[in-house]
Design a protein around this ligand. Sequence first.
Ligand SMILES: [Zn+2]
Length: 106
Amino acid sequence: MSSLWEQRAARNEALFREVNENIARLEERHGTTETEPVYVCECADAVCTEQLAIEPETYRRVREEPRLFFMRPGHEDPQLERVVERHAGYLVVEKTGEAGRVAEQT
Ligand SMILES: [Zn+2]
């Protein structure tokens, strides 16, 4: 496995995390909505468009840790990350190795 590929995958995930941060900020500005905010899957696949319903408390708690990402079950890559939590409809994964370092720097 090339470390270049690993870095690119990590950057994709960081990009999706940025999208989700914008969603979270909008959510806070508009106050509570009836439906749960919908976030995007943060897996390494740049064309993945899966959506995740994440409880706001869980989102904020996980977001405080730069190595943690949300994704659809089955989208995790054991070479990049390990699953730390399983929820209904989504996983919380922790970046390992090079991907973890990139995630912390982005
Ligand atoms: Zn995905």
